[in-house]
Structure formats: C-alpha cells, structure tokens
Design a protein around this ligand. Structure first.
Ligand code: LLP
Length: 419
C-alpha cells in the first residue's frame, strides 16, 4: 500500500497535490512519501516478528538519499553499503556503525580501511582473495574484522538476468562447493573474526521458492561448518523481495517471506540479517513529469515527456515496466508510446501502452520509482540531475537539489595546452 492517491480528481502524495510540487520545484522530479516508507519498514519488520533479534539493514543502493536513510534510521534500520560513498552516507544519516554491513565484490583497499576505521558490524567477504587482504589490513592494526563469507548457492532467482546474482557463473560470492575450504582457510587467519555466512541471489523476485532453495543450501553448509568446529553466529539472507510494478500484480508479502524464513531457519541459532531495498523504497516514490508535446506516430502517437532515460534508467536497461498515470484524473484513454527527449530510441518508457490521454503541459507520473530511480540517474545529453522531494502529510521539502547542466560543466576544464 502506498500514499499516492487521487483526491478531488488530482493525484496527491499524502496530502500534497502533485501540481504544487511541480510548480515549486519544476519537473521532472522524484517525489517520495514518508508515510509510505515508514509503513513499508514496519510491515517488513512485522513480517519477521517470529525471529529473535533480526538485524535489518536497508540496501542503500536502492535509494541513498540522506533524508530517506534518516527515515529508515528512525525505524531502527541499519545500512547495507557497497562503496565508501554509501558508507559515508549511512553514517551521515545517523546509522550506527554496529548496524552497517559492507557488501560488494570489488571493495578497494581504501574502502576496506574505511570500514575498519568506522568499526562496522560486518564485512561480507566475496572471495578468498578479499578475505586475505582484509585479514592482513586488520591484523596490521591489531584488530579483528568481523566478517561473513558470501556464498554463491547456484540458484536461479528467476528474475531479469542483469539483476540475478546467485548463479554459479555470476561474479558474486564463493561457489558452494568451495565454501567449506575457503571458510576454513580464512577463519584461521589472524585479523579476521569470520563468524558468518551471507548470500543474495537477486532482485525483484516474484516467488519465494528460489530463496527457500538457497536458504536451505546455506543451512546445510552451516551445519557442516559447525561439525568442523567453526563458530557461526550470523547469517545474512540478503534482499530480493519483489514489488508490484503493475497495478493489481500479486507478490509474496513480507509476512509470507518471514514465515518461510522462520520455517527454514528454525534451529539455526544465529542472528539473521536482512538487506531489503526495493520492497521498502520502490512504491514509496514516483517520478513526476510533464508532457512536452504529443507527436503523431505510425500506429500510435508519441507522448514526449520531460523525464528521460537519464532520469529513470530501468526501462532502457532492463525493459522494466513502470505504470504511467495522469495527475489530473481522466477517463479518456489512448494507446501511445511514452518517450523522453533523449536522442536514442532506447529512451522509451513504454511502447503501445494503454494509458490516459494526455496533451502538452499535462502532468503525469511513473510509479514505483522510489528504488533504483534517482540513484541510477546520469547527465546524458547534458540534462543535469533530477531533484528529489520528500512529502510528509501536507508538507514537502526538497531533499536533493536539481543539479543543472551548467553545474556539471563547471567541474570540467579545457587544459591550457589545447589553446
Ligand atoms: N543486498 C545485496 C548484496 C544486493 O546486491 C542487493 C541488490 C540488495 C541487497 C537489495 O536487493 P533488493 O531488496 O532491492 O532486491 N538496479 C536494479 C536492481 C539491482 C539490485 C542489485 N542488488 C533495478 O533497477 O532493478
């Protein structure tokens, strides 16, 4: 459930009519709902209520905006970070270091050092090589880095191939059949407190079965490692729960997920860690855009909006669907192509889409844009970076400024020797 609804014929974010935001901030603009973020965080936590003391860390990559992170910090969430930049954001938002998990297949030496400086809860080590490097760095400081070994369980998550991470040929984690060896080697290193296992098999999962298969495999590994005398006190089950992008689509709920987790992990006797991203932020945001003009097309008109693939990359990258809705309620419909102004055909949000009939100047939204939206923006075609707004009740605040093309150009130089 979200808080983007039509009231008196106008789409609102909570109690704010979206035209008020368009007037004040311009378009395109991402709009987030505080009440929706909070609701999703609470529903996720309640779904895990059968578990003892789970640690929930928001996958910062889904929406790294400081205000969004602050909302989730207020809900007791920590952060799953994958870069030094994300780690700094989590800290700036007030996340406690002992609720920060550092994931990622290519952490640099500087990033490992930053994690050590910060005293984070857990490094999720993705390879023997990374474990050896982290152990040496920590040992040189007279410290023990708290770590979990990320396992690649070779499970097909059944999602888009570009966001599938748990198949044997993906770059992530240590293959299951090497896991016991690598774990034993790394656990013996001074400088490493290796007491956990981690996995994440992919994003936007539509069913729980692949997760259950992967968790079961990790459970078997956990038993085997304990039989070999290792201590395992934490298992990080990653993120991945999918969300509806089309009105009416059904997805497993956090309660279904939590019940499956409780069943599969019964008797594990570990602290479980969760890294949800999309399920918290996805439906808490929309991308508000204005129609520039409508152009005749061969079989259907082109509705040209002022948002483009640089602002919301998912349709161009993954062929992703985002519901497209008029801000002013209308019953008139048409079949149209919804496109941005960028100079490539990939800048197409929807082809032959049954959608509201819109004219130049009308406002519309792409829904489910709160996760992997603004954070994946670029300045392609020198369009600048899209701003972000957070709504709470009847107030709103700009939580990320529009960075216009001029500001980006200001960071560039023409060297003297070219003139
Ligand atoms: N943990 C790890 C280690 C991850 O790699 C990810 C996402 C998550 C947690 C959060 O997954 P979620 O709960 O959001 O599914 N840009 C793509 C999604 C990439 C996801 C990458 N990893 C998209 O727009 O669909």
């Amino acid at each position: 459930m979200d808080h983007f609804t039509h009231k008196s014929g106008v789409l609102h974010a909570e109690d704010v009519p979206l035209p008020a935001i368009a007037d004040a901030v311009g378009t395109p603009v991402y709009v987030y709902s505080l009440a929706t973020l909070q609701r999703h965080a609470r529903v996720f936590r309640e779904g895990l209520s059968a578990l003892i003391n789970p640690l929930i860390v928001f996958a910062v990559k889904a929406n790294p905006n400081l205000a969004v992170l602050r909302v989730l910090q207020g809900e007791g969430f920590g952060a799953d970070v994958v870069s030094g930049g994300e780690l700094r954001r989590a800290l700036a938002a007030g996340m406690a270091p002992d609720k920060i998990v550092f994931s990622g297949v290519g952490k640099t030496r500087a990033e490992l050092e930053l994690g050590l400086d910060t005293g984070i809860a857990q490094f999720n080590i993705e390879s023997r090589e990374e474990g050896i490097e982290l152990a040496a760095l920590a040992h040189a400081r007279g410290e023990h880095a708290r770590a979990a070994l990320r396992i690649n369980p070779d499970v097909d998550a059944g999602t888009h191939e570009k966001i599938s991470t748990g198949k044997a040929d993906n770059k992530f984690g240590v293959p299951l059949h090497h896991a016991a060896d690598v774990f034993a080697d790394l656990a013996g290193l001074p400088g490493l407190a290796l007491e956990g296992l981690a996995l994440h098999i992919g994003s936007q999962l539509g069913t729980l079965e692949p997760l259950e298969t992967a968790f079961t495999k990790i459970g078997e590994l956990l038993r085997m490692l304990r039989e070999q005398g290792h201590t395992i006190s934490r298992v990080d089950l990653g993120g991945g729960l999918g969300v509806p992008y089309k009105a009416g689509e059904a997805f497993p709920s956090p309660a279904d997920y939590g019940a499956m987790v409780a069943r599969v992990t019964a008797g594990w006797d570990v602290q479980l860690v969760f890294e949800p991203g999309r399920v918290i932020a996805g439906n808490a945001g929309v991308l508000l855009t204005r129609v520039i003009r409508v152009k005749d097309g061969l079989s259907a008109p082109f509705v040209i909006v002022d948002a483009a693939m640089n602002d919301l990359a998912r349709p161009a990258l993954y062929g992703a669907w985002h519901d497209f809705e008029s801000v002013a309620e209308t019953s008139e419909r048409q079949v149209a192509n919804i496109v941005g102004p960028i100079c490539e055909t990939g800048d197409t949000f929807a082809r032959d889409r049954d959608c509201p009939k819109l004219a130049a100047g009308d406002l519309a939204v792409f829904r489910t844009a709160g996760a992997y939206g603004a954070t994946m923006a670029s300045s392609y075609n020198s369009r600048g970076f899209v701003p972000e707004v957070l709504v709470s009740g009847d107030r709103f605040a700009v939580v990320a400024d529009r960075i216009d093309a001029g500001a980006i150009m200001d960071a560039e130089r023409v060297p003297d020797w070219l003139s």
